[in-house]
Design a protein around this ligand. Structure first.
Ligand code: UD1
Ligand code: CA
Length: 432
């Protein structure tokens, strides 16, 4: 049995934010959820240490237990808050930092495997800029101690091996060490990192497992959040391409943690996939499109400059063209909405054609209403469909119509002022 304690009680002062640091999103979900996803694959039990008044964070970590660290007295103090929740637990316990969300399942497994050779193991890295990270002081394979940047001498700051912030030991050792921590240091905090010196003093083996900085970097500021986002995006793009999608200009495509792209999906430059998007095989998403919580059927063509909002389903081989916005709309197979339209709360039958400039007037200022357009219907350009309204199968609306009443199947509806011709009128006006 293995348990993990995730520390997330800090407000993250350097983020200058109204929400806890670990609630900031990476690829469309709170960073804590990324860490939990990796941890869930490896640990049987997870306890998250949160700060007071962080109800949204407690909800975000459910169903895992959350314990509150009432006072922020340091990472060692925070880890100790989980002791009661893990009472009676006898296996290995790892402590992870909520602000290090990029660590992978594979690296966590390597760390746990290293426990075979040492009583205490930790993850370390050699960052390009060691900056404020704690430095790992070694002697041969043994890690003697970790010195925090604030407490380090110049010589210690010159050490390139840095503490990534994951330690693992048997529960009985870990909680004994945590109980004996002091806070006589520059920051007057109970440092989790001091357990290393304790284990070393007890003559136990302490080993560092190294992993790339790309997955161990901490997030303390908005700038570091952006660096982490870039790393996650790179991973997601790689996975999308390995799955058979073509990203013509990968760096310009923004993916979410749950974006699903089928085989032979082609994504042109500058496309944003907000959470909840599935694109089926062979569809093309053209440049500058924005998709969120929607499904795109096989062979469909979206964009350029299209916006698919939540609840939209685009059928097989359907087309959604430039400056077309679909919201909570089902577009049937082979249907087309190619230019300058807003279609919301609508059902559009297979093969229907929505002319340029068509608008569903779905909102009357109080409630939303539905529009139904039958199979093979032809909606003339610049039609306003005042919902609730139905246009039957193969019916036609004349260009410029304001449709307020249902149109029967196969009928033609014309609802616009007639053109009036007054010969010579402009010239006469000028004379008078
Ligand atoms: C910590 C490590 C440092 C390491 C770095 C890696 C310590 C003392 N230092 O420094 O060696 O190189 O991470 O990124 O552990 N937290 C609490 N309660 C507290 C204090 C912190 O829950 O009282 C949480 C924070 O929310 C955060 C994590 O612990 O998720 C780490 O705390 P932070 O203050 O960011 O530590 P660093 O200074 O980055
Ligand atoms: Ca940190």
């Amino acid at each position: 049995m293995r348990a993990a304690i995730i520390l997330a009680a800090g407000q993250g002062t350097r983020m200058k934010s109204g929400q806890p640091k670990v609630m900031h999103a990476l690829a469309g979900r709170p960073m804590i959820r990324h860490l939990l996803a990796a941890a869930e694959a490896v640990f049987d039990r997870i306890v998250v240490v949160v700060g007071p008044g962080m109800a949204a964070l407690e909800r975000a970590v459910a169903p895992h237990a959350a314990v509150v660290q009432a006072e922020r007295l340091g990472t060692g103090h925070a880890a100790r808050q989980a002791e009661a929740a893990l009472a009676g637990f006898a296996g290995d316990v790892a402590v992870l930092y909520g602000d290090n969300p990029l660590v992978t399942e594979a690296t966590l497994r390597r760390l746990l495997a290293a426990r075979a050779e040492a009583e205490l193991v930790l993850l370390a890295m050699r960052p390009a800029e060691p900056g404020r990270y704690g430095r790992v002081v070694t002697e041969g394979p043994q890690v003697r101690r970790i010195v925090e940047h604030a407490d380090a001498t110049e010589a210690e700051r010159a050490i390139g091996l840095c503490n990534a912030g994951v330690v693992c030991a048997e529960a009985r050792h870990l909680f004994r060490w945590l109980g004996a921590l002091g806070n006589a240091n520059r920051q007057n905090e109970y440092y989790l990192t001091d357990v290393v010196a304790q284990a070393d003093a007890e003559g136990l083996r302490v080993r560092a497992v190294e992993a790339p900085e790309a997955e161990l970097r901490g997030i303390n500021s908005r700038a570091e959040l952006a660096v982490a986002e870039a790393e996650i995006q790179a991973r997601l793009r790689r996975a999308a391409m390995e799955g058979g999608a073509t990203l013509v200009m990968p760096d310009s495509v923004h993916l979410s943690w749950d974006t699903r792209l089928g085989r032979d999906v082609l994504v042109e430059p500058h496309v944003v996939f907000a959470p909840g998007v599935m694109v089926e095989d062979g569809a093309t998403i053209r440049a500058f499109s924005h998709l969120e919580a929607c499904a795109v059927g096989p062979g469909a063509v979206i964009g350029p400059y299209a916006r698919l909002r939540p609840g939209t389903q685009v059928g097989a081989a359907a087309h959604v063209g430039n400056f077309v916005e679909l919201k909570a709309t089902t577009l049937g197979a082979g249907a087309k909405a190619n230019h300058l339209s807003y279609i919301g709360d609508a059902m559009v039958g297979a093969g229907a054609n929505i002319g340029a400039g068509t608008i569903t007037c779905n909102y009357d200022g109080v409630a939303k209403h539905r529009t139904e357009i039958g199979e093979g219907a032809f909606i003339g350009s610049d039609t306003a469909l005042v919902a609730p309204v139905r246009v039957g199968a193969r019916a036609v609306t004349a260009a410029g119509s304001v449709i307020t009443e249902d149109v029967p199947a196969e009928a033609l509806a014309i609802a616009r002022g007639r053109q009036v011709i007054k010969p010579g009128r402009p010239a006469k006006k000028k004379d008078s």
